[in-house]
Design a binder for this molecule. Structure first.
Ligand code: SF4
Length: 211
């Protein structure tokens, strides 16, 4: 895909959805961080169901740390890997209170030092809470980048690095959400919906099924 095609690719996604955002529900950078930690290998819908009551009862790092692992686990037990996540979330909350004045740090280094926070989670928080042009490569973005030929790569990190170069600057901040939503609802894993895809003429996927 050449530069003009990449610009057209994002111009169309922008036209269809000018202000894309996460489907996770949150009321502060802290709540976004917790929702993203909980969303590993879980759907946004399942996370939103659990966090509704959790965020109402424990909206801050201090309040969530005070719950302790057992009580926190009760709120999130419908989410996969909940015991490990409860442990990481409580440990993260304690660090936020002790080292960051109860705020979410805005640097990759400080974010990745938190338990349960890897590169992908840090990228989501930097992008969605702090407006940085980072791209968190999840399973949807990995698939769309490879299928379309936008930024092919063998690993999530390789795709992330290619995307940071391939996405035209004006679209870099929102690229992450456009690509996730495109992969979740149109370029789906088993049977992509090429017949209603706005990118079908730009896409290089050999298996694209034209309607
Ligand atoms: S044409 Fe098909 S394979 Fe290509 S991006 Fe659209 S849905 Fe995905």
């Amino acid at each position: 895909m050449n530069a003009a095609q990449r610009t057209e690719f994002f111009a169309r996604l922008h036209a269809a959805n000018p202000a894309p955002t996460t489907e996770l529900e949150y009321g502060s950078p802290f709540q976004l961080l917790i929702a993203v930690i909980l969303s590993a290998q879980a759907t946004d819908v399942s996370v939103n169901k659990a966090t509704k009551q959790l965020f109402a009862d424990a909206p801050t790092p201090a309040a969530m740390a005070a719950l302790g692992e057992e009580r926190l686990a009760d709120y999130i037990k419908t989410i996969g890997l909940y015991r490990t996540k409860a442990k990481n979330v409580v440990a993260t909350c304690r660090i936020l209170v002790a080292n960051h004045g109860g705020e979410v740090p805005a640097t990759r280094e400080a974010l990745e030092a938190l338990p349960g926070v890897g590169r992908k989670t840090a990228n989501v928080v930097l992008n969605t809470a702090f407006g940085e042009p980072t791209i968190a490569v999840d399973t949807h973005i990995f698939r769309v980048a490879n299928r379309t030929g936008l930024a092919p790569g063998r690993t999530p990190l390789a795709v992330e690095q290619k995307l940071l170069k391939a996405v035209p600057a004006p679209y870099r901040r929102d690229a992450h959400h456009w690509l996730i939503l495109h992969g979740r609802y149109i370029c789906t894993a088993r049977r992509p919906h090429c017949e209603r895809c706005p990118l079908v003429d730009l896409c290089e996927y050999k298996g694209k099924a034209l309607a």
